[in-house]
Design a protein around this ligand. Sequence first.
Ligand code: F0G
Length: 465
Amino acid sequence: MQGVAVLPHDFLAEPYKIKMVEPIRMTSRAERERLIKEAGYNMFFLRAEDIYIDLLTDSGTSAMSQEQWSALMLGDEAYAGSRSFYRLRDTVESITGYPYVLPAHQGRAAEKIVMDMLVKDGAVIPGNMHFDTTRAHMQLRGGKPLDLIIAEGLQPQDRRPFKGNIDLEKLENVLAQHGRGKIPFVLLTITCNNNGGQPASLANIRAAGAIARRHGIPLFFDIARFAENCYFIHAREEGCEQKSIREIAREIFSCGDGCMMSSKKDGLVNMGGFMAFNDRSLFEQACQLSIINEGFPTYGGMAGRDMEALARGLEEVLELPYLQFRVGQVAYLAERLRAAGVPIVEPAGGHAVYIDGRRFLPHIPQEQFPAQVISIALYIEGGIRTLELGSIVFAEKDKETGEYVYPELDLLRLAIPRRVYTNSHMDYVAAHVIDLYQRRHTLKGLKIVYQPPVARHFTCRLEPL
Ligand code: F0G
């Protein structure tokens, strides 16, 4: 049967069917030109209703399953001792092995409690690459976050399978230099959001755990996207193809002492988070902070029904067909773009495709925000919303010269919500990106006309040049 397209053996269409639909609205090009202008060319000021496909973030944007929606009805809203809390606690313990579980309203709330507890002025906190809010909480306590990602992790064209690995030699040196006195813990973020959702290997995690243990320093995990990391290990790491996702997760957690989670990602819910620890006294300290900040430790800022849905989501996220399709869908979009020559971060990570703005638009200098130029054009052409993670978000003002220092990478993130869009939505997105790439020479730069003193990307306003 020559000429018939052969599907790859692991091809899987969506492992679910649609029972309830949420309409999305296509606006006209003229409307979108007006709307984005009114929004100051800032994606955060657009109304979600005016967007056709929303790839701003994969955080809190998942679709829940019928089991999760049913679980909502079982929520126990007791202030203390809620049945739903115990269900969540048992689920987290069965996955992580950590017996002491404390809910929080989202990831950054868990980060605040952990940092308030453990980070003292002058502390050094090494990790592969800390997420922004994590870093900010460390700095607010006078700590110094240290990113020790392997060098290849920052090279968008390097196709290595585990670009989220921590540099073990650097880790060893930092721990030897500062020791337990200055280093409260080591933090591994799996997958690593800030370099494109890249995974760390089981071998790397084991080795990092052994180094930390040798120095008597705890190892914690930021597990916002841990199931996707486990899947990459299953699919890519030698000797792991026979292990189940659950076994891989258990092995990862056995290398460390605790974790923080934003369950808005791999929890498959729209809001929530938690911490989990091996150590009882640490947990008890965290409970004290929770009581004044988040709530009594058996709800910690979450409704009982939401803890039920989260407990269920944490089971579903470990199912192999789910993960195959999930990570496969991201790879599917990435592959379409790559085949058309669009410069992206390779290989694609677990939750998003990142376009390399500087290589996409070499004629636009970084101070004119190439990735944001692409973002705006994708909205005007296709009603697609994306997120700049480049010169607007990461440029830092030099204290002496007052000049901006721009980051090495100027990226545009196309984050894929979980179980929300089909592959034909991905085809639509790919068609628009590719069309834009073919007309890239017609695109022009931007300037900032208003910006606040901190976190400027959320509220700045821009104008085309
Ligand atoms: N850790 C990682 C790795 C994250 O990606 C995020 C959030 C957090 C912690 C904080 O969790 O939002 O529940 O408070 N990332 C979102 C994103 C905002 O769009 O990547 P949160």
